[in-house]
Write a protein that binds this ligand. Structure first.
Ligand SMILES: C[S@@+](CC[C@H](N)C(=O)[O-])C[C@H]1O[C@@H](n2cnc3c(N)ncnc32)[C@H](O)[C@@H]1O
Length: 344
C-alpha cells in the first residue's frame, strides 16, 4: 500500500491540501505512512495491536473518526460492507479529497468501478497488485453505503467487518453446546468478539462471579457491551497475547482467531493457548473450539497436563485442556506473532 501512496505523491499526480488534518482510516503496519506530514495525520484504528503500532511510531491515533479533515485516506479492508461504510465515512469527514488504496485481493478493482459509476475519479495508479485512486468527497452519492445503525446477527448487535457480523459462528455454537452448565467462578473469554460466548455463559451459569471479555477490535467490543449487559461482565480492549488478568482465572473459553489477513495462521491460536496457560490457576481449565484441520494439540500438550477432545464433527473440534504445567516456564508468550492484518 505504502508504495502506491508514496509514488502517487512523488509523481505529483496526487496533491494533498496545503493544510488541515489528514485522516487515515484502518492502516495496517504494512502501510508506510512516511510520505505524509506526520503532524497533520490522525490514524483511525480500532484494532489494538495496530493502534499501538502507529501510536508508538508517533502518530495521533483514535478508535473512531470524530472530526472533519482536509483529506481522508481509506486503507481498504477485506469486508466489502466495511469498505463501503469507510468510503461513506471518509466522504462525511473530508472537506476535500478522498483517497482509496488497496490490494486486488481485497477488492480494490470492484470498489474503484463502483465509485467511478457515482462520481468523477480525479486520478488513479495501479501498482504492486493493487490500486490507489482519489476523488472529491461527495457523501450524498454514497449515502446507501453507510453502515446500518442496527446491524444484527440472530438478534445480537454487530457491525460491518467484525467477526461473524451476519450470523452466530457455528463453531462458537458448537463450543457452547459442549460446555458443562457449571464452569467456574472466574471466567475469561479470550477474543470475545461481539460477545456471543460471554452472553450465553452468563445466561446459563449463575455461579459465574466475574467474566472478563478480552477483545482487540474496539468495534466488536462496543457491540459486546450492548449484547452482554450482565453486571458480572468486564470489558477489556486489549491484545490477548499480552493481556494479564486482574485476578484469579479458573476457566478460559475461546474460539481463537485463525487468520492473518487472508492466510490461515495457527500461530495466533497457539499464542492464545499460551496466554490461557499463563493466566489460569494451576487447577484451571481451557475450553476451546477450532477448525478440525488446525494443529493445536501439540501446543496444548506442551502447556497443559490433561488435554482431550470432548466434542466435534467433521468441521470443528472442541478441546479441553486442564491444569497448566509449571507456570514459570511460559511467563513470556513464545508464540507472540507480528501481525500485519487484523485477525479473525
Ligand atoms: C474467531 S473470532 C471469535 C469471536 C467470538 N468469541 C465468537 O465466538 O463469536 C476471534 C476474535 O478474536 C479477536 N482477536 C484477534 N486477534 C486478537 C488479539 N490479538 N487479541 C484479542 N482479540 C483478538 C478478533 O477480533 C475476533 O473477534
Amino acid at each position: 500500500m505504502s508504495l502506491r501512496l508514496t509514488q502517487a505523491l512523488q509523481s505529483g499526480d496526487l496533491v494533498l491540501p496545503d493544510d488541515g488534518a489528514l485522516l487515515v482510516l484502518l492502516p495496517t503496519p504494512e502501510c508506510d505512512l512516511g510520505a505524509l506530514p506526520q503532524s497533520r495525520v490522525q490514524v483511525v484504528q480500532p484494532n489494538k495491536p495496530h493502534h499501538d503500532f502507529f501510536q508508538l511510531a508517533g502518530f495521533e491515533c483514535v478508535t473512531d473518526a470524530d472530526a472533519p479533515c482536509a483529506a481522508a485516506l481509506v486503507c481498504l479492508p477485506r469486508a466489502k460492507a466495511q469498505a463501503r461504510a469507510m468510503v461513506f465515512d471518509a466522504c462525511t469527514r473530508s472537506t476535500g479529497l478522498v483517497i482509496v488504496d488497496g490490494n486486488k485481493t481485497d477488492g480494490i478493482d470492484s470498489i474503484y468501478k463502483d465509485v467511478r459509476r457515482r462520481v468523477p475519479v480525479l486520478g488513479q495508479m495501479t501498482k504492486a497488485h493493487g490500486r490507489i485512486f482519489w476523488f472529491t468527497a461527495a457523501a450524498g452519492e454514497f449515502a446507501d453505503w453507510q453502515a446500518p445503525q442496527d446491524q444484527q446477527a440472530d438478534g445480537y448487535q454487530t457491525a460491518p467487518g467484525v467477526f461473524s457480523a451476519d450470523a452466530i459462528d457455528p463453531a462458537s455454537k458448537a463450543l457452547i453446546e459442549a460446555l458443562p452448565t457449571r464452569l467456574g467462578r472466574n471466567v475469561v473469554d479470550l477474543g470475545a468478539g461481539w460477545g456471543y460466548l460471554s452472553e450465553r455463559l452468563l445466561a446459563i451459569d449463575p455461579k459465574i462471579e466475574v467474566l472478563d471479555l478480552v477483545e482487540a477490535d474496539h468495534v466488536a467490543l462496543t457491540c459486546a457491551r450492548a449484547n452482554v449487559t450482565d453486571p458480572r461482565a468486564r470489558f477489556h480492549w486489549a491484545d490477548a497475547l499480552d493481556w494479564s488478568a486482574p485476578g484469579t482465572v479458573d476457566v478460559v473459553v475461546m474460539n481463537p482467531p485463525f487468520h492473518t489477513g487472508r492466510t490461515a495462521d495457527p500461530s495466533l491460536g497457539r499464542g492464545f493457548i499460551a496466554t490461557a496457560a499463563r493466566i489460569l490457576t494451576s487447577s484451571g481449565t481451557l475450553w476451546m473450539v477450532a477448525n478440525r484441520h488446525l494443529p493445536y494439540e501439540t501446543a496444548m500438550d506442551e502447556l497443559f497436563t490433561d488435554v482431550r477432545e470432548v466434542a466435534g464433527d467433521k468441521r470443528f473440534k472442541v478441546l479441553r485442556a486442564a491444569r497448566p504445567k509449571s507456570r514459570q516456564k511460559h511467563r513470556a508468550n513464545p508464540n507472540r506473532a507480528r501481525r500485519s492484518r487484523p485477525n479473525r
